[in-house]
Design a protein around this ligand. Structure first.
Ligand code: CP
Ligand code: NVA
Length: 307
């Protein structure tokens, strides 16, 4: 059966662990698997800007023996004249998988319903599950087993990253804390889904109003831009509202002594994180950015095996 990755909880705990194991193997030998040899083409579509996602999918698809077709919706019919489902029906006859960075989650769901090839969410307004696979791989490399670790997120609790940390974190059996102002709390349905998953994995999700309490003893400290793509008009209000949730050196000192700092990038130094933290010894953001490559290759290999 065709499988898609539209949101983090599309993967069961066992499936998530299997993909991370595969990523570790592929990181040791980048050219070990060639499921796209032919080469088969993978369409990688962008409605929004990207550096890491564009490069890592293009390089990863080539590593797997395939050919990446990078499409900007600004120069295509998708998003203008043509629906996601009609686009899906055109693409599925020519490509092995569709990777799409877009705005509305509903568009991804329509694309997935309309096609028999795997559809991968390369970031939507709601979730960024590919980034989470890379982040969990990075945490595993630096901390060992994921289960039981405490991950504390600071800032915009409604961002795609916050929602993905909540869902993927509890899937991995982690304790996820979100420190955000009330008006920026994660969506209630995402929290409810996470609580259901956590009940089975032993993880937890907690909303914490006080950033110092949220940082206390954390193994992983994380934040995201305060101004996600599409929110540019809210920039001034967001800087005002989220100012108390910045990751500073003082906040890091409340975390565990061996805590790591992660950030999906791009970062706004001085806003959501101080330069001393993101450029300091506890930051593993460059490992995290590299791991996009290995994690997404593992994801593609896994998805293509499910057909
Ligand atoms: N982290 C991330 O998705 O980066 P890009 O926007 O550069 O792809
Ligand atoms: N939350 C950010 C993530 C960028 C990778 C955004 O959507 O812009």
């Amino acid at each position: 059966m065709t499988r898609h990755l539209l949101r983090d909880d599309d993967l069961s705990p066992a499936e998530q662990a299997e993909i991370l194991d595969l990523a570790i193997e592929l990181k040791k030998d980048r050219w070990a698997q060639k499921p796209l040899a032919g080469p088969q083409t993978v369409a990688v579509i962008f409605d929004k800007s990207s550096t890491r996602t564009r490069v890592s999918f293009a390089v990863g698809i080539a590593d797997l023996g395939g050919s990446p077709l990078i499409i900007s919706t600004a120069n295509s019919q998708l998003g203008g004249k043509e629906t996601p489902s009609d686009t899906a029906r055109v693409l599925e006859r020519q490509v092995a998988a569709i990777v799409w960075r877009t705005y509305a989650q509903a568009g991804l769901e329509e694309m997935a319903r309309g096609t028999r090839v795997p559809v991968v969410n390369a970031l939507s307004d709601d979730f960024h599950p590919c980034q989470l696979l890379a982040d969990l791989l990075t945490i595993r490399e630096h901390k060992g087993e994921l289960k039981g670790l405490t991950l504390s997120f600071f800032g915009d609790g409604q961002s795609n990253m916050a929602h993905s940390y909540v869902l993927a974190g509890v899937t991995a059996g982690m304790h996820v804390r979100v420190a955000a102002p009330d008006a920026y709390a994660p969506r209630a349905d995402v929290i409810a889904d996470a609580e259901r998953i956590a009940a089975a994995t032993g993880g937890s999700v907690t909303l914490v109003a006080d950033p110092e309490a949220a940082a206390s003893g954390a193994d992983v400290v994380v934040t995201d831009t305060w101004v996600s793509m599409g929110k540019e008009e809210e920039k001034i209000a967001r800087i005002r509202d989220l100012g108390g949730f910045k990751v500073t050196t003082a906040l890091m000192q409340r975390a565990a002594a061996d805590a790591i700092f992660i950030h999906c990038l791009p970062a706004d130094r001085g806003y959501e994180v101080d330069a001393e933290v993101i450029d300091g010894p506890q930051s593993v953001v460059w490992d995290e950015a590299e791991n996009r490559l290995h994690a997404q290759k593992a994801l593609l290999v896994w998805l293509l095996r499910q057909d």
